[in-house]
Write a protein that binds this ligand. Structure first.
Ligand code: TMP
Length: 220
C-alpha cells in the first residue's frame, strides 16, 4: 500500500481534459481519497479559485461576449491564473502542501493553442510570466471521444462549450499531443469508462508514477 500523504506532500497535480471528460467528478473523488489518506489538498479551479479569478471566469464563460478575440481570451485565462498562483498555489506549495488543480496551462495549450490557433510558443511565453516558471509535477488528462463528451454536457452551454464539434475534436488532439511530447509529466486516463473504473485507473496510474520502490502497490 502506498504512503499517499508522503507521495503527495509538496506536489502540484493538474486534472485536465475536454469539456465532458468527467475530470471534475474524478477531482472530487480524488480529494475525498486524499483526505481519507491523511492529506488535505489545496483544491483550485482554473479559471477561478480567487475572487478576481471568479470574476474573470464569469466574463470568459458568458455567451454574451461572443465577440471575444483569441488573444483577449488567452490573456484573461492567464490573468485569472496569475492571481491563482499568487493567492493560492504558490503559498500552498511554499508551505509543503499538495495542490490539486482543475485545469491549468495545459488547457490554454489545447483550447487557445491547438483548437484556437495560437502558437504554443506565444502561450508558453505568457505562461512563464504568469507562473514565474512554476510547473505542475503531473498533468492527468482524462481522455474522451467527442461523442461521449458531448453526451455529458449540460443542457445550457457556456461560451466555450458552444464552440462546436470540430473545435472540441482539436481540443482533444491538443491534449493527446501534449502527452505524446512529454510523457514524463502527463498521465492519460481513459475517461470513457464508468466512474469507478476511471477512478481505479487514476489511482493505479498515480501509484505507478509516484509510488516509492518497495511499495507492494494497490490502490488501497
Ligand atoms: P471548466 O468548465 O472545466 O471549469 O472550464 C472552463 C472552460 O474554459 C472550459 O470550456 C475550458 C476552457 N478553458 C480554456 O479555454 N482555456 C484555459 O486556459 C482554461 C483553464 C479553460
Amino acid at each position: 500500500m502506498h504512503d499517499w500523504s508522503s507521495i503527495l506532500a509538496g506536489r502540484f497535480i493538474v486534472f485536465d481534459g475536454p469539456d465532458g471528460s468527467g475530470k471534475s467528478t474524478q477531482l472530487a473523488r480524488f480529494t475525498a481519497f486524499c483526505e481519507s489518506h491523511g492529506t488535505i489538498p489545496e483544491v483550485v479551479r482554473d479559471p477561478g479559485g480567487t475572487p478576481i479569478g471568479e470574476a474573470v471566469r464569469g466574463v470568459l464563460l458568458d455567451p454574451r461576449y461572443d465577440e471575444m478575440g483569441l488573444r483577449c481570451e488567452m490573456l484573461l485565462y492567464m490573468a485569472s491564473r496569475a492571481q491563482l498562483m499568487a493567492e493560492r498555489i504558490r503559498p500552498a506549495l511554499a508551505a509543503g502542501g499538495f495542490v490539486l488543480a482543475d485545469r491549468f496551462i495545459s488547457s490554454t495549450l489545447a483550447y487557445q493553442g491547438t483548437a484556437g490557433g495560437l502558437a504554443p510558443e506565444e502561450i508558453l511565453a505568457v505562461g512563464r510570466v504568469t507562473t514565474g516558471g512554476c510547473e505542475p509535477d503531473l498533468v492527468v488528462i482524462f481522455d474522451v471521444d467527442e461523442k461521449t463528451a458531448t453526451a455529458r454536457l449540460p443542457a445550457e452551454l457556456d461560451r466555450m462549450e458552444r464552440k462546436g464539434e470540430a473545435f472540441h475534436r482539436r481540443v482533444r488532439q491538443g491534449y493527446l499531443a501534449q502527452a505524446d511530447r512529454d510523457p514524463e509529466h502527463h498521465l492519460v486516463v481513459d475517461g470513457t469508462l464508468d466512474e469507478d473504473s476511471v477512478f481505479a485507473a487514476l489511482i493505479e496510474g498515480l501509484g505507478r508514477r509516484f509510488g516509492t520502490a518497495g511499495d507492494s502497490s494497490g490502490p488501497a
